[in-house]
Design a protein around this ligand. Structure first.
Ligand SMILES: [Zn+2]
Length: 256
């Protein structure tokens, strides 16, 4: 477990969030997976909506009004996988948010553009997927800036939300995000699909854990996720959830 992350969570707790011993212990269990793309390590922190640190909001869920949720996909764009996720969303006329890795955008700019053209939001997920919480400020800024530029060049859209890989981002780093005009979004439903637990398990996790206001984390990185995403979306629709993007949920960082 990243010590800086623990400090970050504690600070959020001090700011009034209801924290989260279960997620700390669970995060420690999966911490050995850190270092792989997709191996996000901080599951299911609860009730951190709207906390401010260094002038930046950190969110792990949206407002619980209505039955709105935000489905998010990290670590793409991935040729051969992202298209399948897009098709599942398109068939159901749903919008999602894709937190993209800058170097993957640079490698597949037309796929990134297609995500945007199909009406989805794109967020910044760093350039090379490091643990930002362990990097000095200048490198964090470079990771965010290069990704902003890659996404803007590919899609003509400049993200206003970022998601730190592994959830690793210190409260003291918040001004760096603010400098780039970025708010920070985590998640509160973690499919752990990066561990390839099987399609049935991914489906069950989402359908049993999603509540109004949830931000659901998946990855457009593995075939398993692409294969089950249609059933996940159908299950959520059957339960009466309404889909929105992060900005649709939270507004922009300045207005949030
Ligand atoms: Zn990631």
């Amino acid at each position: 477990m990243d010590l800086s992350r623990r400090v970050f969570l504690q600070r959020l707790g001090l700011l009034g969030a209801s924290m989260v011993a279960p997620s700390l212990s669970r995060a420690a269990q999966v911490g050995q997976s850190a270092g792989q793309p997709g191996a996000e390590t901080i599951p299911r922190a609860t009730a951190v909506a709207g906390q401010r640190a260094g002038g930046v909001h950190f969110f792990n869920h949206g407002p619980g009004l209505g039955r709105r949720i935000a489905v998010t996909f990290d670590d793409g764009p991935t040729p051969g996988i992202t298209e399948k996720v897009l098709a599942a969303l398109r068939e159901r006329h749903l919008s999602a948010t894709f937190f993209m890795i800058g170097q993957r955008v640079a490698a597949a700019p037309s796929l990134a553009r297609r995500v945007r053209e199909e009406g989805h939001e794109i967020g910044n997920h760093s350039y090379t997927h490091p643990q930002l919480g362990r990097l000095p400020a200048q490198q964090v800024l470079a990771q965010l800036q290069k990704t902003q530029e890659a996404i803007e060049q590919a899609t003509s859209f400049r993200p206003c939300w970022m998601r730190p890989p592994y959830g690793s981002f210190r409260a003291a780093q918040a001004p760096i995000a603010a400098q780039e005009g970025l708010g920070v979004v985590l998640w509160n439903v973690d499919t752990r699909d990066w561990a390839r637990p099987g399609t049935e398990r991914i489906l069950e996790t989402v359908l049993t854990q999603t509540r109004p206001g949830s931000i659901v984390l998946m990855h457009d990185l593995h075939l398993q996720t692409a294969e089950v995403v249609g059933r996940i979306l159908d299950g959520l629709l059957e339960r009466g959830f309404e889909f929105t993007t992060i900005s649709g949920f939270l507004g922009t960082p300045r207005s949030a």
